[in-house]
Design a protein around this ligand. Structure first.
Ligand SMILES: C[S@@+](CC[C@H](N)C(=O)[O-])C[C@H]1O[C@@H](n2cnc3c(N)ncnc32)[C@H](O)[C@@H]1O
Length: 252
């Protein structure tokens, strides 16, 4: 039986750094977005410490580790469907980050989390655009259930406003180099696939396959409505730059 290959931290860290550089190039206002999500979590911890944070589509786990450092009383459950990104996260393990390989929305996905109680805060950065509208509605209902009668959901993505649509600054033109400082999402993945130890992670376990049924353009008002319908009593936009926004949805 094949076992999941283990990467050493020294092998994984440069790939995670390179991934983050790529994301900063690909996603406008990336640093500010992550800072806003962390700030909302800090605000939610005011008055009562966080014990359980769930990160959806955590990728290589950078934000999960950061949140664990910022919330010493919390366990962070970081879930992702991709074995390569999860393998990188596993190599850089944090004692209070628990990694879960699951496709959110698939049957039994909530059971795979093995949560011991309600989640205080759930966060998802650059993930909702992977979902079809129907999947997003189901996610929100599932999350309302996991957050029980309290708790909050922090969503960061490209949520456009009603027409005329606000636009983000255009990305730089096509990139032909594979210089890690300027590479695109596709180039990062091509480089990762060419690296035997990362390719092996997918070869051993690609249970969930590729995970994108979504649409790059999410309508903010639809998502706000679906969140309300799912049981989030308050939904507010806490930050916006062009089409990039952070939504905070609270149960109570
Ligand atoms: C653009 S990446 C963002 C990763 C991370 N949140 C970040 O900001 O660096 C989207 C991530 O969501 C994950 N993903 C998308 N749909 C998913 C699903 N249904 N279940 C679990 N993970 C999912 C992908 O595997 C990928 O790691």
């Amino acid at each position: 039986m094949s076992t999941t290959p283990r990467l050493s931290p020294s092998m994984a860290q440069p790939w995670v750094d390179r991934y983050e550089s790529m994301m900063q190039r690909e996603v406008p206002h990336r640093r500010e977005t992550l800072a806003e999500v962390a700030a909302r979590c800090r605000e939610l911890a005011t008055g009562s410490e966080l014990h359980s944070i769930l990160e959806l589509g955590a990728g290589p786990g950078t934000l999960a580790r950061r949140l664990a450092d910022q919330h010493p009383t919390a366990t962070v459950v970081a879930v992702d469907a991709d074995p390569v990104l999860l393998g990188l996260a596993r190599a850089l393990r944090h004692p209070r980050v628990r990694l879960v390989h699951a496709r959110i929305g698939a049957p039994e996905w909530r059971a795979r989390l093995r949560l011991e109680g309600p989640v205080d805060v759930a966060v998802a950065v650059a993930v909702v655009h992977y979902l079809s509208d129907e999947q997003a509605r189901r996610w929100y209902a599932d999350l309302a259930h996991l957050l029980a009668g309290q708790g909050s959901l922090v969503l960061a993505d490209s949520f456009v406003q009603a027409p005329p649509y606000a636009t983000s600054p255009p990305h730089a033109g096509p990139v032909t180099t594979t210089d890690p400082a300027t590479e695109t999402w596709q180039q990062w993945w091509a480089a990762a696939d060419a690296e035997a130890c990362l390719r092996a992670l997918r070869e051993v376990d690609d249970t969930f396959g590729p995970s994108c049924d979504g649409d790059e353009r999410l309508e903010a008002h639809d998502h706000r409505r679906w969140l309300h319908e799912a049981g989030f009593s308050r939904v507010k936009e806490t930050w916006r730059r062009g089409s990039h926004a952070v939504l905070l949805a609270t149960r109570r």
